[in-house]
Design a binder for this molecule. Structure first.
Ligand code: ADP
Ligand code: ZN
Length: 731
């Protein structure tokens, strides 16, 4: 796009909208003219929609009939680096640009005028009765001067209840005023003292600080075991970025966004950062969006979509737990936030810090070949040491088929509890039992809408499909043969392990952490904080517990079925199994309690299990990288998946066959096309799914080949094409 090109009133310019129209539209500039990047209001058919002035007029429309833009909107304009990011990420993910703009304008009420909100100011009058709490409130003003606070912000900042604020209003020490909402966030002070960093931490922080102050694009992998102080170290990179007057973004997997993390930021910088995730209210979202664009938010802590906030001057992106699979968005625009963070930073001359205890193979390879720098933190902070790893060979345990916790593991749990410490039982499977089998006819309960089994959930007393979420009441009668009393649960889910643990340890306080048991992210976070506070003896969790929580009293991790992740045929099965178990094991022994992690396995000699036990991570990654290189698989080759979906399997297969039949241009350019084949889960929500996979060397411009290929062979009306670049899921 053209740089800061001005269009005087009445001249033509091209506008991008977030409507589902895959091209730019020409309009005449409104009163006062407009500039590339400006938000404008435009007529579209009978409607008025929001758009962004994108480029000089395309000239593809009858210039005599162009309509005039209604007005420029009072929103911060998009910078050229951000517009370039939207274009490049659209090209990379093969997504229409309009959809990228929709991602970037997903704050509610952007068109609302500058509405008012209630704020409080001190009058200078001393309340008749001064209490410690009241003094705290007045101290906030002494500290922050004239900044406007809403009543709830003030209560939070002062750490008092709303009734204290009310009392001060009644005493006329505070006066209510109406002021524009969407006010800037409290300034952060990068020069407040950090913790006393250890030598290793200091060295790591120095390298990151130097990188940030260079003011250019670069990516660094910050690797270190859980508890080594990675967060402390990257907060120093944030400090350096703030000192340089640029904005910083810290991305976390949604679930790791606990208030304890926000508190740490607050302790380091004296004020809370802007937050962007599913738990943030609509008003706050709008405020964050606007302030990011105006420079009134220095630091955003958010989930993956925060990457599409219109930062004015982004200097640093930290991707914490960079290997986490939730960074890949699997519906709508399919993008990987880690990869897009690197693109975004490259276009904005910003730094990227990828943080992990168990990096993704992609990142490890990039660090290995020098594309990224790598900083390692080897030791845990303080007395804490890495958990001791051990395995229980389940072939020797002789457990009945309805039990999964071996006597040996049970014994370990018991002694952990005796010491007043916490134990964690990890099984990455929700529900009570994955299969319900009729012992009369052999039927397995299945979802009526998907090619998937129904999973019994005892707590919610429902059968649930993990593909589409449909639920049914529990039943005692087989729907196939109508025999009653013969349905039997087969295999364990997390709830069944909980039942077993309850029977084994009747006096223990159990907590189950599984995503389906919490109605909101907020509730889940509360439960996590209770556990951290010590309000539980045995935690039973799915992969939810693998992510950056700090459970200081946890000293034993038992992996109920270490072989579970190895069974898939997924390209990343080994990598994922390795990361997940290392990650979960790392939960043990954070503070000053030494930890122990025990894997229950039927194949202790499996290379992945051996690598986990030996802790020789570099060897594991090197071997894994070699396998992928030999197979020209990511990160050495590129994959693009096409998923054809529709109500009719034949139609999807037929279209897939037509695509495959005309894939010569791809083959000639060096790409391979596999399929079409029905997906492993061929039906979800009554929609059939057919997959094609395109595989190519990194040097092949595979995106543009795929774009031309699909454009030449339009899909029939009843088939929808989903394009997944760098697919993570092959189901
Ligand atoms: P990681 O991000 O690698 O898991 P953290 O940065 O969360 O590690 O550090 C683990 C714990 O140790 C945290 O509670 C942190 O505050 C504490 N910690 C780490 N380094 C220091 C330090 N130099 N001084 C004081 N506390 C530290
Ligand atoms: Zn279903």
């Amino acid at each position: 796009m053209a740089q800061s090109c001005f269009f005087p009133t009445g001249t033509a310019a091209a506008v991008l909208t977030a409507e589902p129209i895959d091209r730019l539209l020409d309009y005449l500039a409104p009163e006062g003219g407009c500039t590339v990047g400006d938000f404008v209001h435009i007529p579209l058919g009978p409607r008025k929609v929001i758009g962004v002035v994108w480029a000089p007029a395309t000239g593809e429309y009858d210039q005599g009939k162009l309509r005039r833009m209604i007005c420029r909107l009072d929103l911060p304009p998009l910078g050229p680096d951000f517009c370039a990011f939207l274009e490049r990420s659209a090209d990379y993910t093969l997504t229409p640009l309009s959809q990228m703009l929709r991602l970037a304008t997903r704050a509610p009420g952007l068109l609302d005028g500058p509405a008012q909100q209630r704020i409080l100011r001190p009058t200078g009058q001393i309340p008749e009765r001064m209490t410690a709490a009241r003094q705290k409130v007045l101290d906030v003003y002494a500290e922050f001067g004239d900044l406007p606070f809403t009543p709830s912000e003030l209560a939070q900042q002062a750490g008092v209840t709303p009734s204290v604020i009310k009392g001060l209003i009644e005493q006329r020490a505070l006066i209510e005023e109406h002021a524009p909402r969407d006010t800037p966030f409290m300034p952060l002070d990068p020069n407040l003292p950090s913790k006393d960093l250890t030598d290793a931490q200091l060295q790591a922080a120095d390298r990151l600080r130097a990188a940030v102050s260079a003011g250019q694009y670069h990516t660094t992998l910050l690797r270190g075991i859980t508890g080594s102080g990675k967060t402390e170290v990257y907060l120093e990179a944030v400090a350096e970025c703030l000192r340089a007057g640029r904005q910083a973004l810290v991305l976390l997997p949604e679930i790791a966004l606990t208030s304890s993390f926000i508190t740490r930021v607050e302790e380091r910088f004296g004020a809370r950062p802007a937050e962007w995730h599913s738990g943030v209210t609509a008003t706050q979202r709008r405020r964050v969006w606007k302030m990011v664009g105006e420079g009134g938010a220095q630091l955003v802590v958010g989930a993956r979509s925060a990457l599409f906030l219109p930062f004015q001057d982004l200097g640093l992106i930290v991707v914490d737990e960079e290997h986490d699979h939730s960074y890949k968005q699997e519906d709508g625009v399919r993008y990987h936030a880690r990869d897009m963070a690197v693109l975004r930073a490259a276009l904005s001359q910003a730094q990227v810090v990828l943080v992990s205890a168990t990096p993704s193979l992609e990142t490890w390879v990039n660090a290995q070949n020098g594309k990224y720098s790598r900083v390692d933190l080897l030791d845990r902070f303080g007395a804490a040491v890495l958990p001791q790893m051990g395995a229980i060979d389940m072939r020797t345990q002789d457990l009945p088929s309805t039990r999964w916790i071996s006597d040996e593991l049970a014994q370990q749990i018991r002694s952990t509890m005796v010491r007043g410490e916490q134990a964690l039982l990890f099984l990455n499977r929700r529900g009570f039992a994955p299969v319900t089998l009729c012992r009369a006819c052999g039927h397995q309960l299945a979802c009526p809408h998907c090619d998937a089994r129904l999973v019994e959930h005892k707590f919610s007393k429902r059968l649930m499909c993990h593909q589409c979420g449909v639920t049914q009441p529990l039943t005692d009668t087989c729907p196939a043969c109508q025999v009653t009393g013969k349905l039997a649960p087969i295999g364990p889910g997390i709830e069944r392990i909980a039942a077993e643990a309850e029977a084994l340890f009747p006096d223990a306080r159990l907590k189950i952490l599984s995503s389906d048991l919490f109605s909101s992210a907020r509730r889940l976070r509360a439960a996590i904080e209770d556990i951290a506070a010590g309000d539980c003896d045995i935690i039973i969790g799915t992969q939810l517990v693998a992510k950056g929580h700090n459970f200081p009293r946890l000293s034993l991790v038992g992996v109920v079925d270490a072989d579970l992740g190895l069974r898939g045929t997924d390209l990343r099965a080994a990598e994922r199994c390795f990361q997940l178990i290392r990650q979960v094991s790392g939960r043990a022994g954070r503070a000053d309690t030494p930890g122990r992690a025990i894997l229950q396995t039927y194949q202790p000699e499996h290379p992945v299990i051996r690598a986990i036990l030996s802790g020789d991570e570099e060897a594991f990654w090197a071997a894994e990288a070699e396998d992928r290189r030999a197979a020209v698989m990511p990160p050495f080759g590129r994959l693009i998946a096409l998923i054809l979906t529709g109500p009719n399997l034949d139609a999807a297969m037929k279209y897939g066959t037509a695509l495959a039949a005309r894939s010569d241009p791809l083959h000639r350019a060096g790409a391979q096309v596999f399929g079409p084949v029905p997906a492993p889960i061929a039906r979800v929500r009554d929609q059939f799914r057919v997959r094609l996979l395109i595989k190519a060397d990194k040097s092949v411009p595979v995106q543009s080949l795929v774009r031309c290929w699909l454009a030449a062979i339009p899909a029939p009306r009843n088939v929808r094409v989903v394009i997944d670049v760098d697919p993570q899921s092959f189901l």
